[in-house]
Structures are given as C-alpha cells and as structure tokens.
Design a binder for this molecule. Sequence first.
Ligand code: AMP
Length: 195
Amino acid sequence: MSARIVLLGPPGAGKGTQAARLAGELGVEAISTGDIFRANIKGGTELGRLAQEYTAKGELVPDSVTNAMVKDKLVSMVGEEPNHLGFILDGYPRNTAQVAELDAILEEIGVTLDGAVEITADPEVVIERLLKRADIEGRADDTEPVIRHRLGVYAEQTAPVSGVYRDRERLVQVDGIGDVEDVTARLIKSLEQFG
Ligand code: AMP
C-alpha cells in the first residue's frame, strides 16, 4: 500500500511547498497540475500555448485538457501492482467535474484514494503571501487583480470539492498558518485519520 492523497486549499495556502515536503516524507510523487502547465508554457509546447491563455487570467484551464493530462500522468505511473502507486495531487481536482473524472481514472487503473487533505488559511493572509511570492518567483499570475480573481474562482469552483470529500467522510482539514515544518507535521498527523 502507498499514500494516495489529494491536497486542497486556496491559492497561497502553501499547497506546493507542502506537497513536495509530504511527498519526500512519504516516498511518493507530488503531481502539481500548475507546475506541469508552467513547464509546458516555458517549453513553448502546444499544451503550454493553450494553458497560458487561461493561467494568465487566473481562469481554470478547460477540464478536457486538464483531465487528459492527469490521466496520462497517472496511467504512466501505475505499474504491475496498482496498490504500490502513491501520489499527492496538488491543484487537482479543482471543480466537482474533475472529482468525477479522477474517480473514473482511479477506478480504471484499479486504485482507491486515501482521501483529501485541505490546508486552510485566511484569505487576507494568502493575498499577502502571494504578493510576497510575486516578488520572489515572478509568477505571471501573482499580480493583485489576478490573485483576487483566482481566489474568486477558488471560492466558486474549487471550495465545493472539499464538500464532496467531506460527504464521503474522506476529508481532513489542517491549519496552514505557522512554520513550514509545523504545518508538515500537522499534515502527516492528519493522515492517520484515513486509517
Ligand atoms: P497553481 O499552481 O495550482 O496555482 O495553478 C496555476 C494555474 O494553473 C491555475 O490558476 C489554473 O489556471 C491552472 N490550473 C492548475 N491546476 C488546474 C486544474 N486542476 N484545472 C484547471 N486549471 C488548472
């Protein structure tokens, strides 16, 4: 058996940082749809050109594109023993249609999800963090208007994803405010709830 987790939370909650740290601790791969899009944009691929139209505005890339990309990735990772597959999904699913697609992909490859971990953070704190990150990383979508739009998209389209996993009794919430190490420790501890 291996860890198979979805990491949820608003932009700026620290998902990327924590996904990488958790992946290291658990010995599984972190899959960040945002990173895959950024790599494609940088590499000038067809997928990158398409994604950029949406990421630059803080809109979601169309489901057909995102779902196919995630499916390819997971299918390429699954070996002869599906239960050995481990992953932390960072940034996917981002709406309830993507939840249904992830269910279908996992069913097809014969594995189950442990559950979803939501990193919670105050909206004002995340705006501040994202503006700080803009100075350091220079991400094109970290300008204040785009950040506000991404938070709106989150509230409207992504927040309901937590509800789906909550209804399945497969959601744990972890406070994302505090030292990076403390948050990682909280996340690891929270996974015990999945049994
Ligand atoms: P992130 O790095 O997770 O903040 O993602 C950056 C941007 O990539 C988002 O604002 C979206 O434009 C796009 N993106 C990432 N993940 C998804 C997804 N699951 N569905 C649609 N668009 C996504």
